[in-house]
Ligand binder design. Structure first.
Ligand code: TEU
Ligand code: CA
Length: 567
């Protein structure tokens, strides 16, 4: 394909994330797979989404559920074959659905042939593909004090060559050395391989930590992620991203969304500002930290006001007015993914107001400016797993934090289980609830991770025929976004409220203006609406308390959401 300027279709897209292990099992081995995805494509068409982001399906020993890749160009046999994958892509494209693959290039699996070679000897040509260093104190101590995202030291000793290798995640995920041009070229080859097969974009795993500061200096001690100031947003990552864009991505009609951990809005603009030629959008984590203090395992009560403040900040700062030199940036709108607890359990209420609050959250988020991302099951209001025993959890991060919490911080079992129950990534990884069958229609056999016990109440099949279901509400939201251009391109402005629990904003472009009103609490609250605006100025478009037209001045009931067209 030749280099040319393409329309930015991703701005009008609605993305659905599939976590393949937990979506649909087609051959009854308890593990979701590619044929399973094909079976469910018509469900996605009905939902109205037009892009799928597929979490990794590559060959992997599954130390971190596929985020540890041992072959970037082939499919894990549990999921199917490359032929299955090609069939899936064809079936998606036939239905007008584009496919975004997960690019995990900060690290490989330790079973990847590159690493196997790299560790075989000091002078192996692939030695420099990874980050090897001699230990301190005659090799007895790691090269520096950095710690891993999954807790513990970020270095592993290899007795064979008497050196340590860096792993910012598990020790089975050695970090690649991005300062080595050969590593960047390998990545370009991988990108070309999938693009030539027809994929439409990439979600780039932890893209802002690829470049590590020269000399790998010690970090300031922190409760978590000691050393991170030496690899978060290092200047060279921007060069590398422009290189990938220039040499590969710009030659295809595709988009990229980078997962960028701990970025501020200004740092994000350096990645996504239109003049930067780096990424098209990023997933930031600021709103995922509003119920924590410094670290995801130090959990504090959720306060809607904090969330609203962060959401508005990202909307305002990315419009590029503060930093015209970067150009405008585009937001990725998400409340959930495979690493986060379920939003209805976290920011809503998964009890009495389960349905109302799930709809309210979707209203608050998806009318903002940016591309919506829906994580599988979110559209039916799936809740946290509510597991009670440690063995029910499968995630490596969860088990690591349990061990550290118990042994180093001397927290009780009960205290650790409480944290895990709230924050474990497995909350999002339980099987998709399709039906009320024994295994929720996900599989006919016991799945790799237990089904949420609430599958009889919460499942897609119940909701498909119910016009008042969360699923039907999601369809309405997506349809409304398609109908009103202002919801794609309109400016965002918050209507600040005296109550910390109300969130109201407008989207405006030329004469068109849409007002979105949400109540994040179980109390009824009077909204503050400019007096000059009379009831007649508002045309009711949708809401979660039924279709009767309401005055915008009226009290917002518990977890109520209302959307109006302002005339
Ligand atoms: O996640 C990166 C990341 O920093 C976190 O979201 C992290 O997984 C965790 O929640 C830390 O507390 C990406 C992937 O999304 C995640 O599934 C992988 O485990 C990780 O990278 C490594 O590839
Ligand atoms: Ca299977």
């Amino acid at each position: 394909m030749n280099a040319m300027k393409y329309e930015k279709w991703y701005k009008e897209a609605v993305v659905y994330q599939i976590y393949p292990r937990s979506f649909q099992d087609s051959n009854q081995d308890g593990i979701g797979d590619i044929q399973g995805i094909i079976q469910r494509l018509d469900y996605l068409v009905k939902l109205g989404i037009n892009v799928v982001w597929l979490s990794p399906v590559y060959k992997s020993p599954n130390d971190d559920n596929g985020y540890d890749i041992s072959d970037y160009t082939d499919i894990l046999s549990e999921f199917g074959t490359l032929e299955d994958w090609k069939q899936m892509l064809g079936e998606m494209h036939k239905r007008g659905i584009k496919l975004v693959m997960d690019l995990v290039a900060n690290h490989t699996s330790d079973e990847h042939p590159w690493f196997v070679e790299s560790k075989s000897s000091l002078d192996n040509p692939k030695r420099d593909y990874y980050i090897w260093r001699k230990g301190k104190n005659n090799g007895r101590k790691p090269p520096n004090n950095w710690t891993s995202f999954f807790t513990g030291k970020a270095w592993e000793y290899d007795p064979h060559t008497n050196e340590y290798y860096l792993h910012l995640f598990s020790k089975k995920q050695p970090d690649l050395n991005w300062e080595n041009p050969k590593v960047r070229n390998e990545t370009k080859e991988i990108l070309r391989y999938w693009l030539d097969l027809g994929v439409d974009g990439f979600r780039c795993d932890v893209i802002n930590i690829f470049s590590k500061k020269e000399g790998l200096p010690n970090g300031k001690w922190k409760i978590a992620l000691t050393g991170s100031e030496h690899y978060l947003n290092e200047p060279k990552i921007h060069e590398y991203l422009r290189e990938l864009k220039r040499d590969v991505l710009s030659k295809y009609d595709c988009f990229t969304v980078g997962e960028t951990v701990f970025v501020t809005t200004m740092e994000a603009l350096e990645y996504v500002g239109e003049k930067r030629e780096e990424l098209d959008m990023v997933f930031h984590f600021e709103h995922m930290a509003v119920d924590t203090i410094n670290n995801k395992w130090f959990i504090t009560k959720f306060k809607p006001k904090k969330l609203v403040k962060v959401l508005s900040k990202w909307q305002e700062d990315l419009n590029g007015r503060k930093h015209p030199e970067f150009g405008e940036g585009w937001n990725a709108l998400y409340f959930e993914n495979h690493d986060q607890p379920r939003s209805v359990s976290r920011f809503g209420c998964d009890g009495v107001y389960w349905q109302t609050s799930a709809k309210m959250l979707a209203t608050a988020l998806y009318f903002q400016k940016g591309t919506p991302y829906i994580y599988q099951g979110q559209e039916i209001g799936m809740t946290n797993a509510h597991f009670v025993r440690l063995e029910q959890y499968k995630d490596i991060e969860t088990h690591n934090i349990y061990k550290i919490g118990r042994s180093m911080l001397h927290f009780t079992h009960k205290r650790m289980m409480k944290k895990i129950k709230y924050m474990s990534r497995d909350n999002a990884r339980t099987p998709m609830q399709w039906t009320n069958e024994k295994y929720a229609g996900f599989s006919k056999t016991s799945p790799w991770i237990e089904v949420n016990p609430n599958k009889n109440v919460i499942n897609a099949s119940l909701q498909q025929t119910d016009p008042d279901s969360i699923l039907s509400y999601y369809k309405q939201i997506i349809a409304l976004r398609k109908k009103h251009r202002v919801l794609i391109h309109g400016e965002y402005r918050e209507w600040r409220q005296p109550s910390p629990n109300l969130y109201i904003y407008e989207r405006k472009e030329d004469a068109e203006c849409i007002v979105v009103m949400t109540n994040f609490s179980r109390k009824s609250i009077l909204p503050r609406i400019p007096n000059v605006l009379a009831r007649e100025n508002f045309e009711y478009l949708m809401g979660n308390y039924g279709m009767q037209p309401l005055s915008p001045h009226q009290q917002m009931r518990p977890y109520e959401a209302r959307v109006y067209l302002l005339k």
